[in-house]
Each structure stands twice: as structure tokens, then as C-alpha cells.
Design a protein around this ligand. Sequence first.
Ligand code: 2AM
Ligand code: CA
Ligand code: CA
Ligand code: CA
Length: 265
Amino acid sequence: MKRILEVAIKTIKESGNILLNYIGEEKEIELKGISNLVTQVDKLSERHILKSIEENFPDHSILTEETGFINKNSEYTWIVDPLDGTTNYAHNFPFFGISIALIKNKEIILGLIYDPIRDELFYAIKNEGAYLNDRRIEVSKTESLENSLISFAFPYELSLEEKNFIPFINFSSRTHGIRRTGSAAIEIAYVGCGRLDGFWAKKLKPWDISAGILIVEEAKGKVTDFSGNNIDIHTDNILFSNGKIHQEMIKILNLGKIFIRNEKF
Ligand code: 2AM
Ligand code: CA
Ligand code: CA
Ligand code: CA
């Protein structure tokens, strides 16, 4: 694992430098769907990560956002988001990162999320804890929803019904506040280190969440679906929290109607 971790850290930081190098440059923006952007830098970052994995671990399978699945029939699969927060990146809004996870059979054994702007590397190794740079991290100790700061994400192209803003309104009056940076991976990492107390998301993809799942779990947080059930990397509706506010968040996520604070439900 030591060598795998070393290669993964070196690779993710090199891709971080690619993102930094192109910040001031003109971005070639393509649309994959309405409001679903991809730039040449997503592809450059991805090409770098693919090359590094293929050179160092030629037998491993790889799943990436922009290339898809490279199947080597291996028990190991790397899951790669070469630029999480592309829309932010294209607008020079400084919340974006890179997410890389390694799965062995069905278990996430390594997860890394790197924010090159702040030079913050969040990573976790199965059963060995979660780290921010070289410091061990844990989720927040916030005991109740009303003292929490939470966040959420979903793809831009969902219908209004699928997006479902009812939880957003219900959380608004029951928390210190809601944030949405536009980088799901960074926000999940922030749950891991206690900057956020909870994060809910709809219809994210394995490359958005896999590294974050391990980071939050190893930071002693909780990850379930909106009903409290165990998740896997394909789960549609996913909730990350410090554990202490998890049940309260599940309750609010499942309220079908808007209730103003203090109203009984
Ligand atoms: P991306 O930048 O790698 O595409 C924005 O709400 C967050 O949701 C980002 O982390 C973004 O990742 C992710 N996301 C997932 N699916 C998306 C989609 N179809 N369109 C835009 N963002 C998407
Ligand atoms: Ca994308
Ligand atoms: Ca993403
Ligand atoms: Ca991406």
C-alpha cells in the first residue's frame, strides 16, 4: 500500500499543477449537456492520471469521468474524477479539485481528494484513518442540526422535481446555514475534516463520491442513503455527516412538504 499511496499522491499533485497552470489561460469549453461543461483541462488532467496508473499498475482497471471504463479484469479498479467542479474552474471560482479512489473487489481501500488552490490533500486508507496533508482528521463534534453548517449538490440538468428544493428550504430554517460551492468532492472532504457537518447529494457518479466515502468513514463520520441504508459507489441519493446529526438530516430529507421552523411535523 505504501507504494500505491506514494504514486497516487505524486500523480494527484501533478494533475493539481496542471489545473493551476491553466487557470489564467483561455478555456476551451464544450457542453456535454445543458450546463454540463467540460474543458480541455479536464482532459489533460485525466490523460496525466491515466498515463501514470497505466505505467505503474498496468494490470489495474480504471474508471474515469471522461474516458469511461478501461477493463483489465483486475480485482483493482481506480476511479478518477480529473477535475471536480469544472464549472467553477471555467469561471475562475476557486473551488475545484481532483478525486481518485482505489477499489479492491468491491471495497474502497484508498481515497484522495486534492485542492490545488489551497494545497490541501485529503486522503484515507481503509482501516488506517483519514488525513489532511499529514494531520489526522475527524468529523465535527456538532451535536444538533440547529448548530450545523451543511451543503448539497446535484447535476445541473435534473428536472425541478428531481432536484427537489423542499429539503433545501426546510434545512434553511433549521441550521446555521447552507453552502454550495459547486465541487462535490471538496465538500465531502470538508465533512471529513469538520468544516461542514453534513452534505447531501442526488445522482452523483462513482467518481464524484468514491474517495469521499472512504475519507468520511475513516474520519468517523457516517455515509448512508436518504433512508439510512448502507450505500455503495452507485447509490443515487447519498448523505454524508458527522454521525451526530445524521438522523435529524434523514428526517428533514424525507419531509415531503415545507414546514417552517418550530412547526410540528
Ligand atoms: P464535475 O464538475 O466533475 O462535473 C456540481 O453540482 C457538482 O456535481 C460537481 O462536483 C460536479 O462534478 C457534479 N456533477 C455530477 N454530475 C454533473 C452533471 N451532469 N453536470 C454538472 N455537474 C455534475
Ligand atoms: Ca463533469
Ligand atoms: Ca465530479
Ligand atoms: Ca469532473
